[in-house]
Write a protein that binds this ligand. Structure first.
Ligand code: ADP
Ligand code: GLC
Length: 481
């Protein structure tokens, strides 16, 4: 039996700021339990919902020297849907109303967490064959495994995998600070290790020292070797390409299932969506105060509101778009400039634009279920889960051809009657607008084709089945068995 430990900063249903949590919380369920014992470790944030926190049981605790203080490390456990989750407790670090997002303080928090996660393993008696780390928050672990922790017999044979969910976030601060927080010797702070452009860089450490590196789609794995997408690390990605793989994300097909979803007013499936899905549109129009018309072309956006997501393209053409017979439903939070932009257009076009500037799992399901199309014109997109949810719910994706969007949305071809969505290649607002208008023409003028397109979208299988096998192969490869 192979033992795998996921260590990450977030996992559904406990803490989520983006798609990372969906991946860490759902992928473990899809490994072959006969051969793999996979467990997950995340911080015990104070902002985890109380009913979930109440289910955790105390396992052990110890004190760890870190930054000249002896610090409490509690370990709690919760077996959720058959998966063992461990929670690292330290109220000083993991308090606050959200898991993280405070820049400098996050660095110390996750350096502490990475160290505490490793130190807790002998205490709970779990010796994994592979520690699977995710993003910069846990990228220090492969470095620690090669350093001091290697001296102990317990850690010597543990291999590491680092999955890059988003290369933009690297955990960067000045060299001295990063050295202080990581407690590593000078040896590690040279440009071939944790130094990048004169700063200290945690993600870089994980990329240099991880036994294998993965990212979340094939196209993104190629893109990050180029300067445009490489976020300053494209040279390193090229140097490590022999150990770099793209493994596409999946989504939890039980959680995201229009046939059983309890958040939506009318359940449906690929066989009856044409008759039933419209009920969800009417209900959402009513709930959001939009003009109620089942035939109106409704486009959804469920997103973090950041530059990554291509929202400036929407801003550029939204006035033109609102001249069309169209409704735009936005659900998202993020940068103030985008939050205010959508609020403004909802005020300007109250019948057509609905700006929902908050986070709600329930509302996200309603939007996927109600909309005819789903807009995701990202500047870059390592994988993207929202378009997979949209496909599953028959909201035809309109995307820019980048990263995982390119790998998961097959462009509609009206001559062959194939494809599952609409895509454009250049980062250009009018190319996007042309695609939205093309989609509208098919929706309004060629209903039969539109329905066949929606049917194909819903029939696509982006569950974890195939990708979980690829991770299993990767674990076999790095452990040599
Ligand atoms: P990223 O991780 O870059 O934010 P993904 O597409 O991989 O993008 O994942 C986004 C996830 O977050 C999806 O599950 C999406 O439904 C969800 N999401 C984003 N914003 C909201 C929101 N305001 N309310 C509910 N869910 C949201
Ligand atoms: C990141 C990426 C997103 C990806 C998610 C999960 O947040 O921005 O594209 O789907 O991680 O891997």
């Amino acid at each position: 039996m192979k033992k795998i430990l996921f260590v990450a900063s977030e996992a559904v249903p406990f803490a989520k700021t983006g798609g990372l949590a969906d991946v860490v919380g759902s992928l473990p369920k899809y490994f072959n339990k006969e051969f793999i014992d996979v467990r997950v470790m995340i911080p015990k944030y104070l902002c985890i919902d109380e009913p979930l926190r109440n289910q955790m049981t105390y396992k052990n605790h110890f004190y760890m020297d870190y930054l000249d203080q002896s610090r409490y490390v509690g370990i709690l456990q919760y077996v959720y849907e058959g998966i063992t989750f461990y929670f690292i407790d330290n109220e000083g670090y993991f308090n606050g109303s959200r898991p993280y997002g405070d820049g400098f303080y996050d660095l110390e928090k996750f350096c502490f967490f990475s160290r505490a996660a490793l130190s807790s393993l002998p205490v709970i008696g779990f010796q994994p064959d592979v520690i699977h780390c995710h993003d910069w928050q846990t990228a220090l672990i492969p470095v620690l495994l090669k350093d001091r922790f290697h001296e102990g017999e317990f850690f010597r044979s543990i291999k590491s995998v680092l999955t890059i969910h988003n290369l933009k976030f690297q955990g960067v601060w000045d060299l001295k600070t990063i050295q202080r927080l990581t407690c590593l010797p000078d040896y590690y702070f040279t440009p071939d290790k944790l130094e990048a452009y004169k700063d200290g860089n945690l993600l870089k450490g994980g990329i240099v020292y991880g036994d294998a590196i993965t990212t979340v789609s094939d196209t993104y794995a190629q893109e990050i070797k180029l300067p445009f997408y490489g976020e300053g690390l494209d040279g390193l990605m090229r140097a490590r390409e022999g150990s770099l793989r793209g493994i596409l994300n999946g989504i939890d097909y039980e959680e995201f299932n229009p046939e059983t979803d309890t958040y939506i007013v009318q359940n449906y499936h690929a066989g009856n969506f044409a008759d039933k899905k419209g009920e969800n549109k009417l209900a959402l129009q009513k709930e959001l105060g939009l003009c109620q018309d089942e035939k109106m072309f409704m486009v959804g956006v469920v997103s973090r509101l950041t530059d990554q997501k291509g929202l400036d393209l929407i801003q550029c053409v939204i006035d033109e778009l609102c001249q069309d017979h169209i409704q735009l439903v936005i659900l998202g939070t993020g940068e103030e400039r985008y939050e205010n932009m959508f609020r403004h257009y909802a005020w300007k076009y109250p019948d057509k634009v609905s700006a929902n500037i908050y986070y709600s799992e329930a509302m996200s399901h309603k939007v996927y279920a109600a909309c005819d199309a789903f807009l995701m014109p990202s500047l870059f997109e390592p994988c993207g889960l929202s378009q997979l949810m949209a496909l599953r719910y028959g909201a035809v994706p309109i995307v820019r051809e980048t990263g995982g969007l390119k790998d998961t949305v097959e462009p509609y071809n009206e001559y062959e009657n194939s494809g599952t969505g609409f895509s454009f290649s250049n980062y250009n607002a009018h190319e996007m607008l042309d695609m939205i208008r093309y989609a509208q023409r098919v929706y309004y003028d060629k209903k039969k084709e539109w329905n066949m397109l929606t049917h194909r979208a819903m029939k696509k299988d982006y569950s974890w089945k195939a990708s979980a096998r690829k991770y299993e192969e990767l674990y076999d490869w790095i452990t040599g068995c």
